[in-house]
Design a protein around this ligand. Structure first.
Ligand code: GDP
Length: 193
């Protein structure tokens, strides 16, 4: 994908703030600290478009990034951060739910999982809910550089077995910029449909 332009189109806390024009959207979702902001910046070749947080769990909005004036990345708030109050967590969950269920132009959800660890209970529950939506889902196994390359298949299998998922799992390293082309190929396929 040749990135000609990127902009933060909207930072939203309510559905009425979501962009009104319907363009294909790719949503990114994962536990807080999974490496989502870093991955978005690498995919878009930008240093700090998505803010890499020094305070995990701080991002409470849904951010919409407009790319090449033709499609969007949607950055959903990270889940599973214990220091956030239960009430606040429920509020994020409701907001994410609403986006995932109501947004007609949602083309695919990328569910980010840290390749080093077995998916948590939260990851498993979120993934099961995503599979129910009827929208294509892919798993992105982040921070692949943190394990040796020869260990990648084993870790991918643990993720597959724990999530009990039939969907593709793509190992990536934002740090080493590996696996990004494969994600773009998936998105290009979706956009060509
Ligand atoms: P977010 O909370 O999901 O947006 O996660 P961030 O993008 O803020 O990343 C959380 C931490 O993981 C930061 O310290 C990043 O530098 C680190 N990180 C993110 N991606 C990678 C990666 O591909 N490899 C390595 N080694 N570290 C990463």
């Amino acid at each position: 994908m040749i990135i000609r332009s990127t902009e933060l189109e909207a930072t939203t806390v309510r559905p009425d703030q979501w962009p009104k024009t319907m363009l294909p959207e790719f949503a990114f979702l994962g536990r807080s600290n999974v490496g989502k902001s870093t991955l978005l910046n690498r995919l878009l070749n930008r240093k700090q478009l998505a803010r890499v947080s020094s305070q995990p769990g701080k991002t409470r909005q849904i951010n919409f990034y407009l790319i090449n004036q033709s499609f969007r990345f949607v950055d959903l708030p990270g889940y599973g951060y214990a220091a956030v109050s239960k009430q606040e967590r429920q509020r994020f969950a409701a907001m994410i739910d609403r986006y995932l269920n109501d947004r007609e132009c949602l083309r695919r959800i990328f569910h980010l999982i840290d390749i080093r660890h077995e998916p948590t209970k939260d990851d498993v529950a979120v993934h099961a809910a995503l599979l129910e939506l009827g929208v294509p889902v892919s798993v992105v196994a982040t921070k692949a550089d943190k394990i040796g390359r020869s260990h990648v298949p084993k870790h991918v299998k643990v993720i597959r077995d724990t999530l009990r998922t039939p969907v593709d799992i793509w190992p990536v390293s934002a740090e080493k910029r590996t696996g990004l082309e494969a994600l773009w190929a998936v998105m290009e396929g979706d956009l060509a449909e």
